[in-house]
Design a protein around this ligand. Sequence first.
Ligand code: MN
Length: 503
Amino acid sequence: MIIDSSIYEIWFVTGSQHLYGEETLRQVASNSEEITKGLNASKHIPIKIVFKPIVKTPDEITNLCIAANSNENCIGIITWMHTFSPAKMWIKGLSLLQKPMCQLHTQFNAEIPWKTIDMDFMNLNQSAHGDREFGYMVTRMRKKRKIVVGHWQDNKVQKKLGIWARVVLGWNDLQNLKIARIGDNMREVAVTDGDKVEAQIRFGFSVNGYSIADVVKLVNAVTEREIDELVEVYASDYDLTPSLQENGKQRASLRDAARIELGLRAFLDKGGFKAFTDTFENLEGLKQLPGLAVQRLMADGYGFGGEGDWKTAAMVRALKVMNFDSNKGTSFMEDYTYHFTPEKSYVLGSHMLEICPSIADGKPSCEVHPLGIGGKDDPVRLVFNSPAGNAINVSLVDMGNRFRLIVNEVEAISPKEKLPKLPVARVLWDAKPDLETAATAWILAGGAHHSVYSQAITTAHMEDFADVAGIELLVIDKDTSIRDFKDKLNANEVYYHLFQNNL
Ligand code: MN
């Protein structure tokens, strides 16, 4: 499992006031507890929801927000105003609150009981206006939050809460994420670099540089016995190409790959790194480029970015955590080459080596082939296709004065023909709304050549993520038109220039 999600909590916070008397407040509390139970029973919500005593005064609200901030297991709060909770009471608490917030605009009772409804019923079930008073203050204070509207037992509502819960789980992981940048950036490359200090302020994760020599020491310390054991795992998990099988003529390459994996894994685990980058220009002391090692580490939940791309490494990790329990995959990706035809055009996505087998269609083939780049021994890698279906590509770029998140919805399709000579894992996709529009918009937005490709995470997740992080989001989907997209880019330039310090 990528992460132990069972230790995390989302607090369910109900606002009210003393105006209604003890009996009504007891009813409010019992209704809130029942909603909490209902949400915990939902298969759509992967994180435990914890009922908190009703808050009725400014002090109770403030203390609750301070407690949420300081509780390591609390990854966010859901607020609901069953009754009316005058919002000036919330100013101090909201100004202190550092955890993500979701405003659940629901009502305990689904339908109006036409025959029996009276003023008591109305006064108890008044979130329709209670949540507006609260919402005004959150908006007035310019605090970003998720709003989910509808009855709490409705699947649509629970699904939205589930998406937000996954996003705040990923966000929480970023707050403590350490990224090892092994060997700095590929020389002269722009988009993979950026402001690491600002990124830590904005997202929480830290990026620090390490020499490949730190990894090589651990690679050299790996024992033959450890290698024997790992090579057996390779043989059972993958189809080994004949030359890599026992007594095959390149068996030594497989053992070298296993040695690199064990050393790299030891380096990451020793330093508490859950994401890393490398670059082929700084691999002195490794016999081959870490292909198989990186692929397998990604499959175990480590974030990765090639050529020093720490932003993509962070996002691979965040999306993997959001998707911790699903059998659908997430991988580091690069738009590699195009298939242009007059009718329809496609992208073939891949990388030199490092595509995560979590997106593989079936058992990957483990192969060894020469690689023109890097000047090393032939690297071992997993080769596979990826299944057809919906996916997204995500790119986080540094615009100089802010971070921008770009999402393109795509549909993976089965390759048109076999690719017998292509020695890397790959995905063929149809970019929405079409390649011409999608690539135009992506390039106008400054989207990177690297991205995170995910079959499990959707635009809805990334929209919540952008709000939690307080960053710009640009979506390229079936509705994108270039003329509108240009207007959006221009409008955002002004908006983020004016408000960059207030989000
Ligand atoms: Mn690359």
